[in-house]
Design a protein around this ligand. Structure first.
Ligand SMILES: NC(=O)c1ccc[n+]([C@@H]2O[C@H](COP(=O)([O-])OP(=O)(O)OC[C@H]3O[C@@H](n4cnc5c(N)ncnc54)[C@H](OP(=O)(O)O)[C@@H]3O)[C@@H](O)[C@H]2O)c1
Length: 173
């Protein structure tokens, strides 16, 4: 079965995505940006189905424990070392292709959109090889990159707690 893979990432102007296991702008909290992440990843396109989020083991542990698993989404964690899912995660996969196989077999009936939510090695896969749509937040100043308008994603410059950012959507067509 063919599915669209979606990627979502918030990046600094230097394309950094994390620092010391946290987001680069930690401890500043960008509530609206989190809300955007939640809305994009948790809203299924088909009523009654549930979106899937796929993430690396370090991204899983970078999520505060009280927020794990990410609500309303099927959480798949990738690890080569773990033999069982970390506490709270729904599924464990030993590699990216096993995660996609899981989605297309055991989860086929219930799964809707598939979102890759980090970290860096997964973004490499999704950005350069597989991604059909990437929803990104460019934190800080405006960066001049082509972008594609997507319904429901604000195009205006955003500002929270002194940090400016823009939502950008890229589509591999
Ligand atoms: N800015 C953003 O939008 C964003 C999004 C997500 C995360 N982050 C940040 O990114 C950082 C975490 O990302 P990270 O790049 O350091 O780590 P990560 O990719 O989340 O996790 C790396 C680990 O995931 C497992 N893994 C990754 N690719 C795999 C594959 N293809 N097959 C099997 N296992 C795989 C391995 O786990 P094992 O070692 O257990 O084998 C690997 O050590 C944190 O600072 C977090 O805050 C930022």
């Amino acid at each position: 079965m063919s599915r669209i893979l979606n990627g979502i990432v918030a990046v600094c102007p230097n394309l950094g995505i994390g620092k010391d296991g946290k987001l680069p702008w930690h401890p500043i909290r960008l509530s609206n940006e989190f809300a955007h992440f939640r809305k994009m990843t948790a809203t299924p396109s088909v009523a009654g189905k549930t979106n899937v989020v796929i993430m690396g083991r370090k991204t899983w542990f970078s999520i505060p424990e009280k927020n794990r698993p990410l609500k309303g989404r099927i959480n798949i964690v990738l690890s080569r070392e773990y033999k069982v899912p970390p506490a709270g995660a729904h599924y464990l996969a030993a590699d990216f292709s096993s995660a996609l196989t899981l989605v297309d077999t055991e989860l086929a009936e219930q799964a809707d959109q598939v979102w890759v939510i980090g970290g860096s090695s997964l973004y490499k896969v999704i950005f350069f090889l597989l991604c059909l749509k990437v929803f990104s937040t460019l934190v800080h100043y405006i960066i001049f990159i082509f972008f594609f308008r997507f319904p429901g994603v604000p195009k205006e410059l955003q500002e929270e707690n002194g940090i400016q950012y823009k939502f950008e959507v890229y589509e591999n067509i």
